[in-house]
Design a binder for this molecule. Structure first.
Ligand code: ADP
Length: 390
């Protein structure tokens, strides 16, 4: 194993590469900086949030073979903040001896929602029933044959994020909204709550986890707007969701972070929605609300350092600061002063200069001994903080 930690800490000879420099990459860089580890980031935008906090920034497209391969050749260890990275380049780099977390073979399964669902099925892990279709014509043929029934959820196999590439098709009239891409067609689950469990596994296969959190969605944008920690669920569901998440981690034999998104159904059962082998939006609150953050754990796992217990300091609510619907332009935040004046409120503005509908511009973590108080402060902020496009 080439990742001996001391070679990376306070060393100018060895560096970690992070593919993509969005908010997750930026926060990962900040954890690396606490250990004085040199980080290179590759991202497709000169304005990437991580650019301000990494030592080396490389402009490049994570989906492009040449860009990923060339970047990989300049670092001693590679990790990533999103799934959609060119797999062939990662496999070539691995073959040539580069240490990569997560392993490219695992990433290959996870970055394709069809392969991911097939993996859950093969491992007997609970997830909604599904069909794979190559295109819209095949989808229509399976509907005509009665193999697929309305309502269903269509998901593009590759490239989707934050609800993009996901459509609920309720009836034949809505079929015009279906995508003409290779897709997973899932049974429409009756969801009581959406939960997330973040775990981390070290190179000796020890697992640490964060308590399950509850994700509240913005109905218009179909992405997470608010996160509640701890999730308001029974101890039994809490226990089951942690056990199930550990089981998934073992099945993938992963090193590093795994975010497990779960549906608690109206019938009281748990189904896996999807997993992400990287830091996740549902773990932002861990920076302030836990003894160690998800970013700290990822750095320790990739550097072959022991993982600590994560233990909560406080109840927390996390709000994503989202771009307003139908507004695009230079961003201006209104009423930050009023909101930041509340006790226990931590702002993280990512530095994206342009706001777009539902773009994640930043997040706010609100700590309070009493969850109800944190929720009240979150309501106040949601009413007063305005993301203006000028
Ligand atoms: P993304 O990867 O873009 O976040 P997801 O697969 O998590 O996409 O789907 C986005 C959201 O769509 C989910 O959080 C959930 O609210 C809804 N959804 C996804 N799959 C189903 C399903 N099978 N049944 C009902 N709702 C679903």
């Amino acid at each position: 194993m080439s990742s001996v930690p001391s070679q990376f800490i306070s060393s100018r000879d060895k560096k970690i590469g992070i593919i993509a420099g969005g908010q997750l990459g930026k926060l990962l860089c900040l954890s690396a900086s606490n250990l004085d580890v040199e980080v290179s980031v590759m991202d497709g935008s000169e304005n990437a949030p991580a650019k301000a906090v990494c030592q080396n920034f490389v402009l490049g497209n994570y989906a492009n073979y040449e860009d990923v391969y060339r970047f990989g050749k300049t670092v001693d260890l590679l990790t990533l903040e999103l799934e959609h990275v060119n797999i062939d380049a990662l496999l070539k780099l691995k073959q040539e001896g580069l240490t990569i977390f997560p392993d490219p073979e695992i990433l290959k399964t996870i970055q394709d929602k069809g392969l991911q669902k097939a993996f859950f099925k093969a491992k007997n892990l609970p997830s909604s029933s599904f069909q794979l279709v190559k295109n819209k014509a095949e989808l229509e043929a399976l509907i005509d044959k009665g193999i697929i029934d309305f309502p269903f959820v269509q998901k593009s196999r590759k490239g989707g994020y934050d609800g993009k590439g996901v459509a609920l098709i309720k009836n034949r009239l809505q079929l015009s909204q279906a995508f003409d891409t290779a897709s997973v067609i899932e049974q429409n689950v009756e969801i009581e709550k959406e939960l997330s469990v973040i775990l981390c596994r070290d190179q000796q296969k020890n697992i640490q986890y964060f308590e399950p959190v509850e994700m509240v969605f913005n109905a218009d944008g179909n992405l997470v707007e608010k996160l509640i920690s701890p999730a308001q669920i029974s101890d039994e569901i809490k226990k089951q969701s942690i056990e199930l998440s550990k089981q998934i981690m073992e099945c993938f034999d992963l090193v590093g972070l795994l975010a497990v998104e779960l549906f608690l159904t109206k019938q009281g059962t748990l189904l896996i929605n999807e997993v992400a082998p990287r830091p996740h939006n549902s773990g932002h609150h861990t920076i302030e609300a836990n003894l160690y953050s998800q970013y700290d754990l990822q750095m320790r796992a990739v550097l072959n350092l022991p993982l600590p217990q994560t233990k909560e300091r406080s109840a927390a609510v996390m709000l994503n600061i989202l771009g307003a619907d139908q507004r695009q332009g230079h961003v201006e935040y209104k009423n930050i002063d009023k909101c930041i004046a509340l006790q226990g409120v931590y702002f993280h503005i990512y530095g994206k200069k342009i706001t777009k509908p539902f773009r994640k511009m930043g997040h706010i973590t609100i700590l309070d001994d009493q969850l109800e108080n944190a929720l009240e402060k979150a309501d106040y902020i949601q009413k007063h903080l305005i993301v203006e496009a000028t």
